[in-house]
Design a protein around this ligand. Sequence first.
Ligand SMILES: [Zn+2]
Length: 404
Amino acid sequence: MRDLQQFTSEFILKNLSKVYSKTNYKLSELPPKTLCLTYDDGPGQYTHDIAKFLNEHHVRATFFVVGKYAYHHQDTLAKVKELGHIIGNHTYDHPDLPYYQSVDGELHYQVIRTDLLIRKFINGNKVFFRAPYGKWSAEVADELNANILSAINHIGPIHWDIDGIDCYYWKNDWALDDAVAKYLEDIHKKDHGIIVMHDEIADMDVVKPKNRTLELTKKLIPILLEQGYKFIGLDEIESLKQESAEVEKFRLRASNGKYIRLASADVTGLEVNGVKNDVLAEISLTDIGSGKVALKAANGMYFNSVNGESAGVLANSNEIGPFESFDLVQLRESQVIFRTATGNFLNIDKKNGNRLMCTVQFMRQAEIFSFAGTEMQVKPVSLKRRLFLLKKALLFIKSKLIPN
Ligand SMILES: [Zn+2]
């Protein structure tokens, strides 16, 4: 294992996590004559045929899908994945997110509901996200970053360089060849970048039957290949690869205001004494399905609960097994409780240097952790909210004291 000093300095040098960037990702740094194909608003009736055609030409694309359609097209998504393409998240209802936020829409549901429908069709741990219409704001990023389930492992918003004008051609009954010519003109002018097209149309039902993006693809792609353009997948873009290695990282703050960190004396021991910006408090999370996650400490080792009832939870495992799997129970937004394989919950041994343990059997004894991305602040709870929570806590106690 690498020594403490070494990985400490490595972690300081790295850029800290963004998860959702405050601005749309700009990727104009793609090499000359290199294009990245993306399709939005599906899945729909043409999605599979587009995916198949591209695969026959050895082109990988990303399909940013809308949750409400993904629900009815699970088979299509399985086939698209099998053909080597990437599935991304394009929200559940396709709203204009800054507006949706301004009218108190539940932003994280747009991401989480879609995530539940597409996660099994995603290779690896990272989910690319694209905002509907490319509409985005720093406030939308902040709100999505504050919720553990909408934040962790998502990267975006991914923008485009070559516009998705295809829908306007279909809407206005303009000629297919004119759409091909328009894309070619734009690509020749810009030379490289991300292209967006629409395998389905999310907002205008009357345009859906007029969608000719399959034909557009069949005409456009062979021309571009013949002209020497190269296509790469979104997951092959260098800057995004670096960003996505960072998006898993976050910190867990306990009720004592301190963060879970590697203990300084013993690099595999975990204690809840970390302060803000403590590099030893960085944790990365892997979603392993069925509501379970694995937690990796700053030493690159997984949290292991096998001796957590006596010696504490240690960061000393290379592999994810039952004792490296934790049920993540989300309370609200950034608050979470973790349950181990024995059914016990993570807690803190306050008499023993705030060591991270798993000695408690009941959820009410579990430590409640607040999640914070490496750049994020944990929002303070307002007095009004605290009184409301106190009232709920009293009702819980009452329910225990007075049987029905
Ligand atoms: Zn869209």
